[in-house]
Design a protein around this ligand. Structure first.
Ligand code: SF4
Ligand code: SF4
Length: 233
């Protein structure tokens, strides 16, 4: 994104809407910090610039990878998926992505207000790959993992995005290893992240993972989504 300084009248509307505070006013002109900008296009769509000074410029590789992770109306070229992750965890009763005996896990790195550099993904994936997790094939993050050690392409590491979701599953027996990775990375990462754990409810109503997480010292907020999966009918 770019702002035509000769047109800008310094009204500040774009400064307010930018979700990562990448726009500042200097000498009554708006300026974008290109390192911080995640190419979400919110300023272009929502600032209602009175002089049409905000312009969407053609992005080159690797910067272009910022857009599909941050801009809700663009799509990842490799997976054809829009956004930062897939939606199938919400329709598990229809898709059976996670069967009995398996645990689905999402680690969402970055949020509006802070964002994340893609290098933060590797802090997790190099450790998770050692455990032997199964990454979700359709996930945009899986598409940028280049080897079985969990590395991502060197030249995209310093690209900043709004957020990215690592999606994978493990057998029940590996959940403690995954929790240890999360604890370890928490000490090193320079942004926020949240963990989602998806599991089937047993026929008697039990959710065994809750006891295990409590024993491991994690506070669990139960969040049940009754999704009919009608979009897949
Ligand atoms: S909305 Fe337009 S005129 Fe207002 S500060 Fe931003 S670029 Fe300048
Ligand atoms: S494209 Fe998004 S991140 Fe970049 S300046 Fe505009 S609102 Fe901010």
């Amino acid at each position: 994104m770019e702002i035509k300084a000769d047109l800008c009248i310094g009204c500040g509307q774009c400064v307010i809407v930018c979700p990562v505070h990448a726009i500042k006013l200097k000498d009554n002109k708006a300026e974008i910090n290109q390192d911080q900008c995640v190419e979400c296009a919110v300023c272009y769509r929502d600032a209602e610039c009175p002089v049409k000074a905000i312009r969407s410029k053609r992005l080159k590789w690797p910067r272009i990878i910022r857009s599909p992770f941050s801009n809700v109306i663009t799509t990842h070229k490799v997976t054809g998926i829009p956004g930062r992750g897939t939606e199938e965890m919400k329709t598990n009763d229809v898709t059976n992505r996670y069967s009995l005996g398996e645990i689905g896990i999402t680690i969402e790195i970055g949020r509006p207000g802070v964002g994340t550099y893609l290098r933060n993904i590797e802090l997790f994936t190099t450790k998770l790959s050692k455990i032997g997790v199964e990454y979700e094939k359709e996930s945009p993050v899986t598409a940028i993992i280049i080897d079985d050690k969990g590395h991502i392409k060197e030249y995209i590491k310093n690209e900043k995005v709004l957020s990215a979701i690592i999606e994978f599953k493990v057998p029940n027996s590996k959940i403690t290893d995954v929790l240890n990775v999360i604890r370890e990375v928490e000490k090193k990462i320079d942004t926020v992240f949240s963990v989602g754990i998806i599991t089937r409810i047993m026929e008697n109503g039990d959710i065994p993972i809750i006891n295990l997480l409590s024993e491991e010292g994690f506070k669990v907020r139960k969040n049940i989504k009754a999704n009919m999966g009608l979009g897949r009918a």
